[in-house]
Structures are given as C-alpha cells and as structure tokens.
Design a protein around this ligand. Sequence first.
Ligand code: ZN
Length: 157
Amino acid sequence: MAKRKIVKFPDERLRRISKKVTEFDDELGELLDDMRETMYANDGMGLAAPQVGVPIRAVVMDVCGNFFEFVNPEITFEEGEQIDDEGCLSVGPYNDKVTRPYKVTVKAQDRFGYRYEITGEKYFARCASHEIDHLNGVLFIDKSEKGQDYIKKHGKK
Ligand code: ZN
C-alpha cells in the first residue's frame, strides 16, 4: 500500500466524469487499498478515485468507524433532508453548510465485482452523496452561494 497525492481544486481532473469500472483486477484492489491509506493519513471521511487522479468510479468512506468501499456506486433511493458542515480533502481548508438527503440507498459493486445494496442515514448519506458527486465532477462548493464565492476567488481565472 502507498499513500497517493491528493488532487486539489481548481485542478481540472476534479471536473471530469469518471469511467465505469469493468475490470475487477489486482490494479483496482491496489488503488482501493491506496485510497484507504490516503484517506486515513489525511483524516478524511471519504475519498473518490478522481481525487487521487484516477478517473474511475470508485470510492472509499469511513463513517463512524465503519469502512465502506464502493465500485460503480449509484444512489437508487433518497429520502429527507439534512443541512450540516461539509469539507473536502481536495478543497480548502474550507467548510460550508450543504443540504443533502437524510437517507440514501447505494447500489454498488465490491472490488471483486459482486453487486450489493446498502442503505444508511445521516453521515453515511452525506458522505455517500458527496463522494458519488466527485465521480460526476461535482464538488460541494457548487452547492451553495458561499461556495460559488469560493470558486470565484480560488478557481482558475
Ligand atoms: Zn470531497
């Protein structure tokens, strides 16, 4: 395992749509292990592959001590609303209030391609929404007026 360098805003790589994973090989396993290590080394709650410069649909998260690994994740159900502070290893130091669903169901595959579904609330729902947004080139600063100001100030001129 090795720590990888985190891609920082306003790097264009954070704005791309990541590709679907079709090969569940050792390279994918190694990437996921590295992402886990990189997330913990930076005290993050989640990390998406494009944040380490790999444009594929893979995500790791740690929610209240529970580790999750999602390949090709999709949110298939969401319910309710929560507003709370959010940050991102690729942005900042900067935090902002962001509205997210209170509960989500994620359909995903594991590193071997096995398909499964998981439903979670609160931090799980916030984190999963944030990380899956990364796979579509969306950042939490896109979601509020204050965030728009941040983009104007720190984005590419
Ligand atoms: Zn993030």
